[in-house]
Design a binder for this molecule. Structure first.
Ligand code: AGP
Length: 610
């Protein structure tokens, strides 16, 4: 959580930092601040609330300087307030620090520093770092920051500046993401690539335990613990600046929903053999013998990524005939799981930085599993720490509510299921060809699904005032029900429950009233008839049913009050298309309610704390 930016170069830093923070607001948005070196002193501006409040304050009282750092916050220690907003300073005001992460030993450090005469003004863990730097400073900012961080336990991405060092910015990371961006005579530091894309596509991904001393001439990177200089590698990122803009849409979420046809096509690109008869996944490094030896697949993820994994479970079990366990990452780490060298652990994370998912990855690796990451972010922690990686290629996802990342994660899981089926000999060539053909049709079919936006908007107009909604699905669309409910909750704040439709009679049926609409996923396949029965049960209790079903399904229209049509595909793949009306329903409900769709309350895009 939290987004950080730093700039050193010939331009005025303030606007560059504000623009960069705007691209990072998805990481946290309860307060924001900048520290700018103006002449020989550091001036700090901080505001509780959205970034616009800080931007307005800086318009009223501008700060000019060519070196600066900025921060957008998601509170962990200390409530959102001007005082707790970053950057934080030492007693003298010579140093300013921005931080993303948690300093676990901040209390003993704070007590020691207070005993030494330091005065603290905020409730944050971060402030100890500023005071520690002050203690260790003897004219060399890099040395002071390094010495300070050697005392710190926890996770951090940090950038520090000092009024005595107008040509230096020091950045370091331990378990929180940080990149360096390189321009011509100017350098940037940021939590994520979109913050620097307007200026450069040349980036260096800092690794855990690394610290960078950055001047206008360039950056040198060292190991925090032993101070040894380390070689770095510059990457040219494929995303362009336009990919991180709204492109005429009212919200990023709507843009990202509409990007799904292209995103799905990108996910599939280059992943079939030349004759299109098989799937090719060069990023998956487990050899044929290793795949045959597997006795279990364990999927680890959080939130929407967990739902994508859940959809993947159905596909892998059906096509590769191997047991699949799936765990919410925050539960896995505390349950002493049965994992060994015959386990394939599939770790799914859009950001690649989710703290619980990373902990699950490490746990699985330690116990001998081959860890395969499914992520959207090249160079993320999950990417770097896994044994193998399959990218989703969804492009940057900015809205907190995940949409295109979800459907592309599902596509990767289908590719994986087909690949495992092929390698394990459980999927005859004719069936494989049928599934591959169906998979290749999905991007085109997705175009017709996103086009139903105006129709779904009408449902949202009618239903955005309700207090609760029920989402029912069975089989591989049970996860779609969970995801639909999650989407509605997180952005419209309407209470919603996702249920396996067969479970309805065991409790949730009591919720059904004319004021609690039910969204029923009734796609063609093995559980279709069962879903019709469940719909009838809801209707018998005067419930209102909005069904998602096949476009040519006249039977369904007899029972449901409303039907949202999606194209026919293989039952296993139907969750990719079926979820889109639910994304749109949530989006338009939130928009009708006048809510902040892209930045819902209490949330952040990347949950980098446990
Ligand atoms: C979904 O809309 C949420 N924003 C959230 O559940 C998200 O999917 C979860 O936090 C996992 O994030 P990750 O994919 O970046 O690990």
């Amino acid at each position: 959580m939290c987004g950080i930016v730093g700039y050193i170069g010939p331009e005025n830093a303030t606007q560059i930092l504000i623009d960069g923070l705007r691209k990072l607001e998805y990481r946290g948005y309860d307060s924001a601040g900048v520290a700018i070196l103006t002449g020989s002193e550091i001036q700090v501006a901080r505001r509780e609330g959205k970034l616009d409040r800080l931007a307005d304050a800086l318009k009223a009282e501008p700060l000019y300087g060519k070196l600066g750092i900025g921060h957008t916050r998601w509170a962990t220690h200390g409530a959102p307030s001007d005082i707790n907003a970053h950057p934080h300073s030492d007693c003298s005001g010579h140093f300013a620090v921005v931080h993303n992460g948690i300093i676990e030993n901040y209390l003993p450090l704070r007590e020691r520093l207070q005993a030494n005469g330091h005065t603290f003004v905020s409730e944050t863990d971060t402030e100890v770092v500023a005071h520690l730097i002050e203690e260790h400073y003897h004219g060399d900012l890099y040395a002071a920051v390094r010495a300070a961080l050697c005392e710190v336990v926890g996770s951090y991405a940090i950038v520090a500046v000092c009024s005595d060092n107008p040509d230096t910015m020091v950045a370091a990371r331990q378990h929180s993401p940080l990149i360096l961006g390189h321009g011509d005579g100017e350098h940037f530091v940021a939590s994520d690539v979109p913050a620097v894309l307007a200026h450069t596509r040349r980036v260096t991904y800092l690794k855990n335990g690394e610290i960078a001393a950055i001047t206008r001439a360039g950056a040198r990177v060292f190991n925090i613990q032993d101070g040894a200089e380390v070689a770095t590698e510059e990457t040219i990122v494929a995303w362009d600046a336009a990919a991180a803009e709204k492109g005429g849409y009212k919200h990023f979420m709507l843009k990202e929903i509409n990007e799904q046809p292209t995103a799905l096509a990108e996910t599939l690109r280059g992943r079939f053999s030349d004759d299109r008869a098989g799937v090719r996944l060069p990023g998956f490094k487990l050899d044929a013998e290793g795949i045959t030896r597997l006795n279990k697949v364990l999927i680890i993820a959080c939130g929407t990524a967990y739902h994508a994994g859940f959809v993947g479970k159905y596909a892998i079990e059906k096509l590769a005939r191997i047991p699949v366990e799936i765990d919410v990452a925050s539960e896995l780490r505390y349950r002493d799981p049965l994992i060994d060298d015959r386990t394939l652990a599939v770790v799914i994370s859009q950001s690649g930085e989710t703290a619980d998912t990373l902990a699950g990855l490490r746990e699985a690796k330690e116990r001998g599993a081959h860890v395969l990451a499914v992520t959207n972010v090249v160079g993320s922690s999950v990417d770097r720490e896994a044994d193998s990686v399959l990218y989703t290629y969804a492009g940057p996802e900015i809205a907190v509510a995940s949409t295109k990342a979800y459907t592309t994660q599902q596509m990767v899981m289908f590719l994986l299921a087909l690949y495992l089926g092929e390698m394990r000999g459980t999927l005859p060539a004719t069936e494989r060809a049928r599934y591959i053909a169906a998979l290749q049709r999905l991007p085109e079919q997705m175009k017709t699904v996103v086009d139903i936006g105006p129709r779904v908007r009408e449902f949202s107009r009618r239903f955005h005032g309700v207090h609760s909604m029920l989402y029912l699905g069975r089989g591989s669309n049970f996860p779609t029900a969970l995801e639909g409910a999650l989407k509605l909750k997180e952005i419209s704040y309407i209470h919603a429950e996702g249920y396996a439709a067969g479970e309805m009679k065991h409790g949730p049926i009591a919720l059904i009233t004319p004021d609690c609409p039910t969204v029923a996923l009734a796609l063609p396949g093995g559980v279709y008839e069962k879903m019709l029965s469940n719909i009838k049960e809801v209707k018998a209790r005067w419930g209102h049913v909005i069904a998602v079903g096949a476009e040519d399904d006249d039977e369904l229209r007899k029972y449901a009050d409303d039907v949202i049509p999606v194209p026919r595909t293989e039952e296993l793949f139907s969750p990719v298309l079926a979820v889109v009306p639910l994304q749109l329903l949530a989006y338009y409900c939130a928009d009708y309610l006048g809510l902040d769709v892209d930045q819902p309350r209490n949330l952040a895009k990347s949950v980098t704390v446990e």
